[in-house]
Design a protein around this ligand. Structure first.
Ligand code: NAD
Length: 489
């Protein structure tokens, strides 16, 4: 039984500027991933719409004094917003599920409460951090004053639309900035309702504007806009590089970049119960059908237990059934669109041409043309040069490599391009600590794979996986620029 009727969901479409939905010439078709149905069209913001959204945010930022009011005031508004998200949790969960890859059960249990909690965490930061006073000479005093940037541009991906947006909005707004956000053109709807609730909570109109559109048009225009003080981006490493270059050319703007990954899961032969380890590995690479930045897509396993671990992983994924996001029973969701499913398959085919062998999966589920569901796939006989090991595939594809000793394991774990997250499975604390020190990644998980609801923990990558952090105190502090003041008595 469907949890809800996907055809009955009213989709808030359009830009959101000055506290209102603004229609535009609609020319981007939005497809439902679960059944490939054309669910609606959205406008593609022209330069003049981007201009209007940014100028409106800037004007309202000044007029509303959002950046200079008592931080506690900002906290109150954001806390009310979080409460409204909770109060509209079911409505938001359906909106999220209908148009994205997030199953309704997970949207209810995870995405929406996580979004509200993220806003609460940063609301509570608003009045907890000040600047510094610096005791310079006896006849002068130094101060370091944090000041908001003004208008921050945020550009978000499609894989967890509301959660990713909240990681952007909450620290930006808590620090006293206004923002203009461009969601992914693939998942443009739930964010509009989210922004409406912010205004209902008391966020001054125009402090949080949304422009809809394609990346290379609307997204790039937003980055280049002269009134944008900082850019906060989550998406692929390739787009991140282009944004960084544009931000450098058009105003030397600071950037926070949360990019792609190719995270290893390193399993030593002292990792403990094989079934439990297999469960972590499976969850690590199949969550959201592998469409997660931190997906643990490289299994690096000690030779002596490799066969047993691989068998246990295959036994678990053999039971996976795909389902549309509006079924409460769905655990394994669709791929976002046909193009992405094709890309996954091509990366897999290329790896086979390079000598990889498919242990299971390697094709789409047969759903008679309804939606795009890729089977969880294991690839063996790969090397560090194989495409499936080198590149982020962004689908449920796990490569398997074996090692004989710790040195070899850690050398394999290190990726030449990416450094987002890593999992280490061992009961030897010394080994875990050595691995933790040695692995070049922004997050290292030991005997687990995946984050908890610890908003205090920053998240972000090393190397090609990004610059700066989302979440944690670090994300809040990155939304200020710091002014040094020296006063002679
Ligand atoms: P993407 O880079 O294709 O698009 C992300 C956003 O950027 C979209 O809104 C898109 O419209 C916009 N965009 C595209 N080209 C642009 C340009 N030239 N200028 C400005 N904006 C542009 O990424 P995606 O396919 O939406 O998301 C998947 C990627 O995101 C994966 O690589 C994944 O690892 C990454 N991701 C990273 C994190 C993290 O925290 N590190 C979290 C989620 C997703």
């Amino acid at each position: 039984m469907p949890d809800f009727d996907p055809d009955q969901i009213a989709l808030p479409s359009g830009h959101f500027i000055d506290g209102r939905i603004v229609a535009g010439a609609s020319d981007i078709e939005v497809i439902r991933p679960s059944d490939a149905w054309l669910m609606g069209v959205i406008p593609d913001a022209s330069d003049s719409v981007v201009d209007e959204a940014v100028e409106n945010a800037h004007r309202n930022w000044r007029a509303s004094k959002w950046g200079t009011c008592a931080p506690r005031e900002r906290a109150r508004v954001l806390l009310r917003w979080a409460d409204l998200i909770d109060a509209h949790a079911d409505e938001l969960a359906r909106l999220e599920a209908v148009g994205s890859t997030r199953p309704i059960g997970e949207a209810r249990a995870f995405d929406i409460p996580f979004t509200a909690e993220c806003i609460r965490f940063f609301a509570e930061c608003a009045d907890k951090f000040g600047g510094d006073t610096i005791p310079t000479r006896h006849d002068s005093l130094g101060m370091v004053l944090p000041e908001p940037y003004g208008v921050v541009a945020a550009i978000a991906p499609w894989n967890f639309p509301l959660t990713m947006a909240s990681w952007k909005c909450a620290p930006v707004l808590a620090a006293g900035n206004a923002m203009v956000l461009k969601p992914s053109e693939l998942t443009p709807h739930s964010i509009v309702r989210f922004a409406q609730l912010a205004v209902e909570a008391g966020l001054p109109a125009g402090i949080f504007n949304i422009v809809q559109g394609r990346g290379q048009g609307a997204g790039a225009a937003l980055v280049r806009h002269p009134l944008i003080g900082k850019v906060s981006f989550t998406g692929s490493t390739r787009t991140g590089a282009s944004i960084m270059s544009e931000a450098a050319q058009f105003g030397t703007k600071p950037v926070t970049l949360e990019l792609g990954g190719k995270s290893p899961q390193v399993v030593f032969d002292d990792a403990g119960d094989i079934d439990e380890v297999a469960q972590r590995i499976v969850r690590g690479f199949t969550s959201n059908a592998g469409q997660a930045c931190v997906s643990g897509t490289r299994l690096i396993v000690q030779r002596g237990i490799a066969e047993r671990v691989v068998d246990a992983v295959i036994a678990r994924i053999a039971t996976f059934e795909p389902g549309p996001t509006w079924m409460a029973s769905t655990r394994f969701p669709p791929i976002i669109n046909a193009l992405q499913a094709t890309r996954i398959h091509q990366a897999m085919r290329d790896s086979i041409d390079e000598g990889a062998s498919v242990l299971c999966g390697g094709e789409c589920f047969d759903t008679a043309g309804k939606g795009f569901f890729y089977r969880p796939t294991l690839l063996a006989n790969v090397t560090s040069a194989s495409r499936a090991v080198r590149e982020e595939i962004f689908g449920p594809v796990l490569t398997v490599q074996t090692f004989d000793d710790e040195e070899e394991a850690l050398a394999l774990a290190d990726h030449p391009t990416y450094g987002l997250a890593a999992g280490v499975h061992t009961r030897d604390i010394g080994r875990a600590l050595r691995a933790m020190r040695r692995i070049q990644a922004g997050t290292v998980w030991v005997n687990r794979f995946g984050r908890t609801w610890d908003f205090m923990m920053p998240t972000g990558g090393f190397k090609g996986s990004g610059i700066g952090k989302d979440l944690g105190r670090q994300a809040f502090e990155a939304n200020f620029r710091y002014k040094a003041v020296l006063i002679d008595f």
